[in-house]
Design a protein around this ligand. Structure first.
Ligand SMILES: *C/C=C(C)/C=C/C=C(C)/C=C/C1=C(C)CCCC1(C)C
Length: 265
């Protein structure tokens, strides 16, 4: 590897090494705080995943490079938010709703770009698909935030958010996006597209599950949520991020490397 390449590879590493100083530990992590431990573990995993995805752009073919960069941006943005969320949780024991939704508001549209890139690799994806997916995203996330933050009835926010998600599912299974995918494409692109549908259906379903446990299941007789509610909410959202940000990126990486290997073999 030549020096220029090495320096290019080192840039993200340098950037990432500055990250931990942006979030000082406000309090000590307790050994029985499993939600706090999950925040800690996942913040590190997101950082490592970022370095990995950006580094690996060097060993895949052209059209996959952008996909891997987008995966790296998703894990990078999430890593920064996890530092802050981790601190809020450890210092106050409260759910870091605002940081969580700012993270989603940035990373979910990036995942939509990722889906769009896969679609474009399949055929001529129209810009309209991207905008429709983006609108679905906003209809899903904004009412979710309003519900969780207490600006809107929790049930209404949830129901509208579910409709946004169903619309996205409709678009990728039956809409223009869904129809395009059944046309000819390389096996690696086909498998990336199937992975994507699978992730949006099963992987994303974990989030509304977290909302249900956080606001509807662990409720006392007076109708207030209990301590178990915020623990369940955060641990479920955290696990969902491992699946939908790190594992999803790895699946894209797998499709990219298998196709790139085939091309050079
Ligand atoms: C990296 C972050 C991701 C992929 C976040 C995804 C978030 C969702 C799929 C959220 C979905 C929700 C509903 C479907 C109903 C309303 C409540 C939400 C916002 C949790």
């Amino acid at each position: 590897m030549n020096l220029k390449k090495l320096l290019k590879g080192m840039a993200p590493v340098g950037l990432l090494s500055a990250l931990p100083s942006s979030a000082f530990a406000a309090a000590n992590l307790q050994s029985d705080d499993f939600v706090g431990i999950s925040f800690w573990l996942i913040s590190m995993a997101l950082m490592a995943a970022t370095v990995f995805f950006l580094w690996e752009t060097q060993s895949v073919d052209g059209k996959w490079k952008t996909s891997l960069v987008v995966s790296g941006l998703v894990t990078f943005i999430a890593a920064v938010h996890y530092f802050y969320m981790r601190d809020v949780w450890i210092a106050t024991g409260e759910t870091p709703t605002v940081y969580r939704y700012i993270d989603w508001l940035l990373t979910v549209p990036l995942l939509m770009i990722e889906f769009f890139l896969i679609l474009r690799a399949i055929g001529a994806a129209s810009g309209g698909i991207f905008w429709r997916l983006l609108i679905g995203t906003l209809v899903m996330l904004v009412p979710g935030f309003l519900g969780e933050a207490g600006y809107m009835d929790k049930t209404i926010g949830f129901v509208i958010g579910m409709l946004g998600w169903f619309y996205i599912l409709y678009e990728i299974f039956a809409g223009e996006a869904g129809q395009m995918a059944s046309e000819k494409a390389s096996p690696a692109v086909q498998s990336a597209y199937n992975t994507m549908r699978w992730v949006v259906t099963v992987g994303w379903a974990i989030y509304p599950l977290g909302y249900v446990f956080g606001y509807f299941v662990y409720v006392d007789d007076a109708g207030n949520t209990t301590a178990a509610a915020s623990q369940a909410l955060n641990i479920i959202y955290n696990l969902a991020d491992v699946v939908n940000k790190i594992a999803f990126g790895l699946l894209i990486w797998y499709a990219a490397t298998s196709e790139s290997k085939e091309a050079t073999a």
